[in-house]
Write a protein of this length. Structure first.
Length: 243
């Protein structure tokens, strides 16, 4: 078997144009042997399903929508890479994104996960001026403070051994929130360090993976509230005062 260095796992539901941008950026800007794994989380649009099948190196379909953690775990299960990128399908990667992130993991023995800097596009939150400020302040990868700092889960690159020791994403969380925070705290509890690498930017269209036809705002808010309470209840020692 031709073993890949990198496995990229993304979960998709319909949203053809968003997924086209995502896949195009992965194919154009990933500079290593890799496999693209698309987990179809109950898509109903035939054109989207056909696109996923044609453009994924590995494809798996759930007939009905399952939690994001369950879908991600399926992708991890069928992956073969030494490194596993678990990403939202509404991101666009930048050129040569993998090499610096891999370097950060390789240079730090206890590193289990690294994330890039995210530019949120949905409200134009980042402009050139802010990018320059970030570039001046952060010149090299930095380690998060254990049980104090977190990053959101739109783009996470793991060492496979770290995922193995944690056991994947917790499936206690409903739909699409909380599982990323749980993963970070699980990594901390297993002795792994987490880094952010400001040398790499990715672009996130925020919210495009959970459009109203997939989940209503009311349901999304209810899931978020339940999942947040669950997370706080599981880590009371470290989340005292969190709201």
């Amino acid at each position: 078997m031709d073993k890949k260095t990198l496995s990229i796992v993304a979960v998709a539901i319909n949203n053809l144009e968003v997924n086209k941008r995502f896949v195009s950026s992965i194919r154009q800007y990933t500079d290593e042997k890799y496999e693209l794994i698309i987990i179809d989380n109950g898509s109903t649009d035939k054109e989207s399903v056909a696109f996923f099948k044609q453009n994924a190196d590995k494809y798996f379909r759930f007939d009905k929508i399952v939690s994001l953690s369950k879908a991600w775990n399926k992708g991890i299960q069928i992956s073969s890479g030494q490194y596993v990128a678990v990403v939202n399908n509404d991101v666009v990667v930048s050129p040569n994104w993998f090499t610096p992130l891999k370097e950060t993991l390789d240079k730090n023995k206890k590193a289990g996960m690294v994330s890039p800097i995210t530019l949120w596009l949905m409200r134009g939150l980042f402009g050139n001026a802010l990018i320059k400020k970030i570039d001046k302040k952060f010149k090299k990868p930095y380690q998060l403070k254990k049980f104090k700092d977190v990053v959101w889960g739109e783009f996470m690159l793991f060492k496979r051994e770290a995922l193995g020791k944690v056991g994947g994403f917790s499936e206690l969380y409903e739909r699409a929130s909380g599982e990323d925070l749980e993963m970070i705290f699980q990594l901390y509890s297993k002795g792994f360090d987490i880094y952010v690498d400001p040398r790499v930017f990715i672009y996130h269209e925020g919210g495009r993976s959970q459009t109203p036809d997939i989940i209503s705002k009311k349901d999304k808010d209810e899931y978020w509230n339940r999942n947040w309470k669950l997370f706080l209840s599981r880590w009371p020692k470290y989340t005292k005062g969190w709201k």
